[in-house]
Design a protein around this ligand. Structure first.
Ligand code: HEC
Length: 253
């Protein structure tokens, strides 16, 4: 059979594809990344996330590619809900989500200017951002009093500490090939509880990340919905073409 000659090639190709994720994972080393499990189709979560962003992030971070009225329309808020809950008095609904922090000031205050967050969930991935916001731990050697497992030495203070509480990192020693002991992360321990319990804090971060993923590609939800229609049309069109073909060939036979 003809296919037999190609079989080893096909098998090799499939094996190579199957191996890809393993290689990518190995390259990532032992980095600790948690799944955000957010859902950009969940409007209530996007609304909570937008509120979290405005209350806790916009003071330092802008989202300069996003307009308030576009956000409101996409996540199901009326213009009034939007002006009451998301905007500073006097801002125009057509304004982009920016703040009055100048890049130079940000750099001076924190050492690193807080980046614009419009595209952060696309460039770094929602799982990374979720993990980052959950990985601050007490480190008295740092100016901010915290360090971050996902971004060691980060200049960002733990702005959500009142909600999460403070956590400590627990390390364990592992001897390497040379016999030197290497410090390896084991787990976080909640040292002082915050206003939210751990499940509530996870949900808070998940909503915030959901909003960041949405602003990274505002048409994503609609694009996916449109996809179903496109597929439905293609199926319908295939059936139509098939019926037509049968009709044409009926008389030829
Ligand atoms: C007090 C100012 C401040 C606030 C408020 C703040 N951040 Fe930051 N953030 C920073 C600074 C400064 C950096 C740059 C950190 C660095 O590169 O070390 C940063 C960096 C980040 C990054 C990029 C991390 C990376 O890997 O490059 C993300 C994501 C982020 N912040 C998310 C948030 C979110 C979400 C909120 C709201 C819950 C928030 N930040 C609130 C100051 C702030």
């Amino acid at each position: 059979m003809r296919i037999d000659r190609h079989q080893p090639l096909i098998l090799a190709f499939v094996a190579a594809l199957a191996g890809l994720p393993a290689v990518a994972f190995a390259a990532g080393g032992e980095t600790h990344v948690e799944k955000a499990n957010n859902d950009i189709h969940n409007e209530a979560s996007l609304q909570r996330g937008a509120k979290n962003f405005v209350n806790y992030c916009i003071g330092c971070h802008s989202a300069k590619y996003v307009r308030y009225n576009r956000v409101a329309a996409d996540i199901g808020l009326t213009e009034k809900q939007m002006t009451d809950n998301l905007m500073f008095p006097g801002d125009s609904p057509h304004a982009t989500m920016t703040n009055s922090l100048q890049a130079d000031d940000g750099k001076q205050w924190f050492g690193v200017a807080p980046p614009d967050l419009s595209l952060v969930a696309r460039s770094k991935g929602p799982d990374y951002v979720y993990t980052f916001l959950k990985s601050f731990y007490a480190d008295p050697t740092k100016g901010t009093g915290v360090n971050n497992l996902a971004l060691p030495g980060t200049a960002m203070p733990h702005v959500l500490w009142e909600l999460q509480g403070t956590q400590e990192a627990v390390w364990e020693g592992h001897p390497d090939a040379q016999g030197n002991v290497q410090k390896r992360f084991r787990e976080f321990k909640l040292a002082t509880p915050g206003k939210l319990n751990p499940e509530e804090y996870d949900a808070f971060v998940r909503d915030t990340v959901n909003f960041l993923e949405y602003i990274g590609e505002p048409v994503q939800a609609r694009r996916q919905e449109l996809g179903y229609w496109v597929i439905a049309f293609l199926v319908f069109f295939t059936l139509l073409a098939y019926a037509l073909k049968k009709e044409y060939w009926k008389d030829v036979k």
